[in-house]
Design a protein around this ligand. Structure first.
Ligand code: SF4
Ligand code: SF4
Length: 494
C-alpha cells in the first residue's frame, strides 16, 4: 500500500462536534476506516491526556466522559509498511459547560489540600458558602488547619465534596480514589474545575495566606516540586490583584552567588571548572542590581540563587536578608537554591531559610553528593522545604560549540530557536543566559558589549526589552537550546 493513498474522513468517525456536550456526557467514537491503524492523541484544554491506539479493524469503539474541551489528533499508520503518515484531523468539542447548584445550606468539603482548593475555598467564602473542611490523604496534614478550617482524612460523609485537581487524569484518579476510600456516592462529588462563582480568582487570591499555605506544604518535602508551581501561581495572583492584571513578569531570574564549586563537572552549564581564579559575587552590587531590575519588572516567578555551588558564598544569608529588608521578595513567587549536596550550611542560615518562601533543590550525584544525607537531616530539622533531584542525565543546552563558530546569519537563526529560560544577574551585569555570562568571563568568546546589559543608572524597561529581543554575538560559539537536544551523563568529573 502506498502510504500517500491513505485517506481519512471525519465521516469515518461517529462523532458529532456540532452538539454542545456537557460534563458527564458520554461520547462514542467509532472507527470504521479499515486497513489502517490509528493513534489518537486526546488533548483536554490544550494538554495531552490520552493516547489511544487503534489497531487496524473494521470497527472499534471508544467511549469516554466529557470533562472539558477536547481536541483530537489522529495519526494514521499504513498497515502495510507501518509508516506514520500525517496528522489528519483535529476536532474540538466546544461549549462544554456544567453548572452545579450549591445552596448556602450545603456544607462543602474541598479535596485535596492544594492551591486550587485553597483558592476555591476563598472564592466560596467570599460568597458566603459553608466550607466545613479540607480532606487530604496525607496523614501529616491531618492534624493541621488552614484559616481555622481543619484538614481531615478522607472519610465517608454526606457533605458535597469538591475534588480540586488541575489535570483531568489526576481528577479522575483522585475522584475514583476518593470514592473507593470513602464510599462516597458519585453524586456527592463535584469537579472543582467546573465550579464557577461570582468572586473571581484575583479577588480570592487577595485572601490566600501563602505563608501558611507553603508551611503546610512542607510535610510533602519530596513532592514539593509538584506543588511549587501552585505556590508561584498563588503569589502572582495575589500580586496582580493588588496591582491590576497587567504586569511585566519574568519566569526565571538567577543571581549567581559564586563562580566557585566543590565539583568539576565536564559538561557544567556555567562552565565553572574552566574559571582559573573563581570568585564570589559582590553581594552589595548584586542586591543593588536586583533592586534596579525589580524597579522595571513587576514580578519574578522564580528567583534562583545558584553558582557554582551557592553555599560556598558565606554571604548568601546576608544577600537574602537584604533582599527581604527592601521588600523585593514580596514580588517573587519562589526562591530556589540549587546545591550539589556537598555542603551542609550553618544552623543560622538554615534558620533563616526556614522563614522564607523557599525551596532548596539538591542535585543528587550519588557518591559525589557526599553530604546529602547530613544536609537532608538538617533541612528536616529546621523545616526547610527541599526537593532531591535524581536526574541522571543533562541536556546539551547552552554549551560550547566544538566545531567552528556559526556565521552571523546561522547564529541569528539559532538564537531565534533558542529556548533558554534562565536570565542571570552577576554583579551589575544582566545576561540572557548562563553561556553568555560564563563564556565571556573566561574569555571563551570575544568580549562584546552586546552580550550583556549593564544594570546602571540609565537601566530601564525599554533597554531590557530591547536586549531581550536582540541577537548576541556570543551565540555563534554555543550549541543553542533547540527543541531537539541530546542527553549527557550528569556530573562526569574532569
Ligand atoms: S556541581 Fe553544578 S556548578 Fe558545580 S561543576 Fe557541577 S554542574 Fe557545575
Ligand atoms: S544560543 Fe545564544 S541565547 Fe541561546 S543558550 Fe546559546 S548563547 Fe545563550
Amino acid at each position: 500500500m502506498d502510504v500517500q493513498d491513505i485517506s481519512f474522513e471525519v465521516s469515518d468517525i461517529e462523532f458529532d462536534s456540532s452538539i454542545d456536550y456537557v460534563v458527564g456526557d458520554t461520547i462514542h467514537i467509532v472507527n470504521r476506516a479499515s486497513g489502517v491503524s490509528f493513534a489518537w492523541y486526546v488533548y483536554l484544554d490544550g494538554e495531552l491526556t490520552e493516547k489511544i491506539m487503534w489497531r487496524k479493524s473494521n470497527e472499534f469503539r471508544y467511549e469516554f466522559k466529557v470533562y472539558g474541551t477536547y481536541r483530537f489528533k489522529a495519526y494514521i499508520k499504513s498497515a502495510a509498511d507501518n509508516k506514520k503518515v500525517k496528522i489528519t484531523q483535529s476536532i474540538a468539542v466546544k461549549n462544554v459547560t456544567k453548572s452545579y447548584s450549591i445552596s448556602h445550606d450545603t456544607p462543602v468539603v474541598l479535596h485535596p489540600f492544594n492551591a486550587m482548593s485553597v483558592l476555591l475555598y476563598h472564592k466560596l467564602k467570599l460568597e458566603g458558602f459553608d466550607v466545613v473542611r479540607f480532606s487530604d490523604p496525607n496523614p501529616l496534614l491531618n492534624k493541621e488547619q488552614y484559616d481555622n478550617t481543619p484538614i481531615t482524612p478522607v472519610y465517608h460523609c454526606n457533605e458535597l465534596i469538591i475534588v480540586c485537581e488541575s489535570k483531568i487524569k489526576d481528577f479522575r484518579e483522585t475522584k475514583e480514589l476518593y470514592m473507593s476510600q470513602a464510599g462516597v456516592p458519585p453524586e456527592m462529588v463535584a469537579d472543582g474545575n467546573m465550579i464557577s462563582t461570582k468572586a473571581d480568582d484575583f479577588d480570592a487570591a487577595m485572601h490566600v495566606d501563602t505563608k501558611q499555605f507553603s508551611k503546610l506544604f512542607s510535610p510533602y518535602k519530596y513532592y514539593y516540586r509538584n506543588h511549587n508551581n501552585e505556590l508561584i501561581m498563588l503569589r502572582r495572583l495575589q500580586f496582580l490583584s493588588n496591582h491590576g492584571r497587567e504586569g511585566n513578569v519574568f519566569q526565571n531570574v538567577q543571581l549567581t552567588m559564586t563562580q566557585r564549586c566543590t565539583l568539576k563537572c565536564r559538561d557544567c552549564v556555567t562552565l565553572t571548572p574552566k574559571f582559573n581564579n573563581p570568585v564570589d559575587c559582590d553581594i552589595n552590587q548584586t542586591v543593588a542590581s536586583f533592586e534596579k531590575f525589580m524597579a522595571t519588572v513587576d514580578f519574578v516567578n522564580r528567583l534562583v540563587l545558584c553558582g557554582g555551588e551557592p553555599f560556598l558564598n558565606h554571604n548568601l544569608g546576608t544577600c537574602l536578608m537584604k533582599l527581604e529588608d527592601i521588600g523585593l521578595l514580596n514580588r517573587v513567587g519562589l526562591i530556589q537554591i540549587v546545591t550539589n549536596g556537598t555542603i551542609v550550611p550553618p544552623d543560622e542560615l538554615l534558620e533563616q531559610l526556614a522563614g522564607l518562601n523557599l525551596l532548596v533543590t539538591i542535585s543528587n550525584y550519588k557518591t559525589l553528593s557526599k553530604n546529602i544525607n547530613k544536609l537532608v537531616a538538617k533541612l528536616n530539622l529546621f523545616n526547610v522545604n527541599y526537593y532531591i533531584d535524581y536526574r541522571p542525565a543533562w541536556y546539551s543546552t547552552g554549551m560550547p560549540r566544538l566545531s567552528e563558530p556559526l556565521d552571523v546569519e546561522d547564529s541569528k537563526k539559532q538564537r531565534l530557536l533558542c529556548r533558554s529560560n534562565c536570565r542571570i544577574i552577576w554583579n551589575d551585569e544582566f545576561y540572557f543566559c548562563a553561556f553568555l555570562k560564563s563564556a565571556e568571563q573566561i574569555g571563551m568568546i570575544p568580549n562584546d558589549s552586546r552580550n550583556s546589559l549593564k544594570i546602571d543608572k540609565v537601566f530601564n524597561y525599554e533597554k531590557l526589552e530591547r536586549y531581550m529581543n536582540a541577537h548576541y554575538p556570543g551565540c555563534a560559539y554555543c550549541v543553542g537550546w533547540p527543541k531537539t537536544h541530546y542527553s549527557l551523563p550528569a556530573a562526569v568529573q574532569l
